[in-house]
Design a protein around this ligand. Structure first.
Ligand SMILES: Cc1cc2nc3c(=O)[nH]c(=O)nc-3n(C[C@H](O)[C@H](O)[C@H](O)COP(=O)(O)OP(=O)(O)OC[C@H]3O[C@@H](n4cnc5c(N)ncnc54)[C@H](O)[C@@H]3O)c2cc1C
Length: 397
């Protein structure tokens, strides 16, 4: 039985869910097709830092109840190198802005629950999209597999592929017009979740000893820690003793001890930068990780996905309500301008904080000089802070 909606969305990640809420606010009907189960979507551990504008958007959309009760506002971060810590006062450097530390899967739980409460049946889980058709005409459709294993069809006016890096959407843009830019870094991140109290009041981005580490948090009793590692490392290569030894040395500073606890989750992720252009082909639009990936050092991936769909929702609203396609025509350029700024910042943070396997002592000193410049120059500190809390969203015409 074919279904019909105004905007068919592939993927129930941050991009797809924020888009569905923004469209609903604009009075536009949408349906999300998601390959995985609701439990898998709500249980995948990923990002944790929300830019100032994303947290504000959650409030504006009436989705921030739990976030406001449970999340932490961080008005500063700490940078560490050569056992020295530098407090970067984000709020003072950006006119009062801050980030919110609230795990991505908690955001997703809030957005899924609110969407299904407002529009029951508007997300189909375990319904993977297999192909899109008709995107160059006026009647596109998504062909998908139903949860029962049958063949489904979703007819729509517009399709948004918010299906992440491994989705099917990007490949539907013909290779002859699709440009892809990318870089894979020679290091990855080992991420662990730990049952322990906080060791430090704010996030610490450290570059010391064998490379990068990040001390982050999830709650007063659960901490999130990351270590630069070989991206080919199996998780088993990192037993708990090795993890604590490395974290201890990469975060060591006089008069402070890292609080240890039970490690209950470990994963290794590769680091890559990737951009696909354009973000539109006919009636198909790409948003979020489907179109671009940033290394997580700048905490930008989720935030960029939200910025994309904010621009796209306005453009779809103008096209659907006023018959004016100018926003859709401009979507790719408008979104990509912000994407490239985030790519620049993420690559800058990544290079400054990671030890390249082929690094010479000269290279190490250059990276440390970059960190020292942030300590010495208010202009350098402000540039980092402005990008970290998030550049303004593109203005509405
Ligand atoms: C360890 C780690 C730490 C990170 N830290 C941060 C951070 O601090 N801050 C930050 O901003 N970002 C961070 N990120 C990045 C962030 O998690 C991603 O950028 C974000 O999830 C992108 O959202 P998305 O909706 O575009 O894609 P995704 O979250 O990947 O969602 C895509 C969805 O589409 C579904 N899908 C795929 N194919 C199909 C199909 N064929 N049919 C139907 N559904 C499909 C997938 O199952 C998935 O649910 C981090 C990432 C990792 C891995």
């Amino acid at each position: 039985m074919p279904r019909r909606t105004q905007v068919g969305i592939i993927g129930c990640g941050p991009a797809g869910l924020f888009l569905a809420h923004l469209l609903a606010r604009a009075g536009i009907d949408s349906l999300i097709l998601e390959a995985r189960s609701r439990a898998a979507v709500e249980g995948t551990i990923r990002a944790g830092v929300l830019e100032h504008g994303v947290a504000a958007l959650m409030q504006e959309l009436g989705l921030a109840g739990r976030m406001l009760r449970q999340a932490d506002r961080h008005a500063g971060i700490t940078l560490q190198w050569r056992s020295q810590r530098l407090h970067l006062d984000l709020a003072a450097l950006t006119g009062g802005k801050a980030v919110t530390v609230y795990a991505q899967h908690e955001v997703l739980k809030d957005l899924v629950a609110a969407r299904l409460a407002a529009a029951p049946g508007s997300i189909l889980f375990e319904a993977p999209a297999r192909a899109v058709e008709g995107i160059e005409g006026d009647h596109p459709a998504i062909l998908f597999e139903t949860a029962e294993g049958g063949a489904g069809r979703l007819d729509c006016d517009h399709i948004v592929a918010a299906d992440g890096f491994h989705g099917i959407g990007r490949g539907a843009i013909p290779a002859s017009i699709r440009q892809e830019y990318g870089k894979t870094y020679p290091y990855g991140w080992l991420g662990v979740l730990v049952e322990a109290p906080r060791s430090w009041p704010e996030l610490i981005y450290a570059s010391q000893g064998d490379g990068f580490s990040l001390l982050s948090t999830r709650s007063p009793t659960v901490q999130r820690l990351y270590l630069q590692c070989d991206p080919a490392d199996p998780v088993e290569a990192w037993d708990d003793a090795r993890i604590w030894r490395e974290l201890g040395s990469r975060l060591a500073t006089d008069g402070w001890t890292l609080t240890q606890g039970k490690i209950f989750q470990k994963s290794v992720i590769p680091l890559r930068s990737f951009v696909c252009a354009p973000l539109r082909h006919g009636r198909l639009f790409l948003a979020g990780d489907a179109a671009h990936i940033v290394p997580p050092t700048g905490a930008k991936g989720l935030n960029l996905a939200v910025a994309d769909v904010l621009v796209l929702s306005r453009a779809l609203s103008r096209a659907i309500h006023r018959g004016d396609a100018s926003g859709l025509d401009a979507y790719s350029d408008t979104a990509l301008a912000r994407v490239w700024q985030a790519q620049r910042f993420s690559a800058f943070m990544t290079r400054m904080l990671h030890r390249d396997p082929g690094e010479t002592p000269f290279d190490t000193r250059l990276r440390e000089a970059q960190l020292e410049q942030i300590a010495l120059s208010p202009a350098a500190a402000t540039a980092l802070a402005e990008n970290y809390v998030g550049l303004p969203f593109p203005a509405e015409d």
